[in-house]
Design a protein around this ligand. Structure first.
Ligand SMILES: [Zn+2]
Length: 191
């Protein structure tokens, strides 16, 4: 059995505002007893994180099983991505047409996957990139595109929970409000 994660990504936190927003949200999560304030060895990819609190079940859709691991708050520019696999397509913010990177049988479609791969690397390096839609021929900010299965999210603040049941929409809405009415998206996957 692999390790499953969900990353709640704040799409509106800025490079300079992410640390404050992250601290404010963590404070709220601790007050609500969704996670604990102390740090233990309970996450992958970081030395320590915050283990589940007494009232973790409030945050999830179906509290069928108790989360086994904790929360790692990530600040700083980052391309957040689902674990295994890739996005099969992205949806243009202007014309809503899908640009495909792979065929039905996961054969890469060279031109599109190369162009978007370059845009993703550029955003990772600078925090800015545009991608051109082959359909309407307009360029849009990479962050405005939507991705197959919400595979990608580009931002400066993410809350990565390891081995938790799926989050409830109401919890996500409450967290978004605490962040300052920011937009959030959940990127999830398995390692
Ligand atoms: Zn388009």
């Amino acid at each position: 059995m692999g390790d499953h994660f969900q990353i709640i990504v704040d799409l509106d936190a800025t490079a300079t505002g992410a640390a404050d927003a992250g601290a404010r949200a963590l404070d709220w999560l601790v007050r609500e007893e969704i996670v604990r304030a102390e740090r233990t060895d309970c996450v992958l990819g970081a030395p320590t994180g915050h283990p589940p609190g007494e009232r973790w079940a409030k945050a999830v859709l179906e509290p069928d099983w108790k989360p086994t691991d904790g929360l790692d708050v990530k600040t700083g520019r980052r391309v957040f991505l689902g674990g295994q696999g890739d996005a099969r397509y992205a949806i243009c913010p202007r014309c809503a047409v899908r640009t495909w990177f792979y065929t039905e049988t996961w054969e890469p479609i060279e031109e599109a996957s190369t162009a978007f791969g370059e845009a993703i690397r550029a955003w990772d390096a600078t925090g800015e990139a545009k991608a051109r839609c082959p359909s309407c021929e307009q360029s849009s900010d990479l962050t405005a595109w939507r991705w197959d299965g919400d595979y990608y999210a580009f931002g400066y603040l993410g809350f990565q929970f390891w081995n938790w049941p799926e989050f409830a929409p109401r919890f996500l809405a409450d967290l978004a409000r605490v962040l300052g009415d920011h937009r959030v998206v959940v990127v999830g996957g398995k390692l």
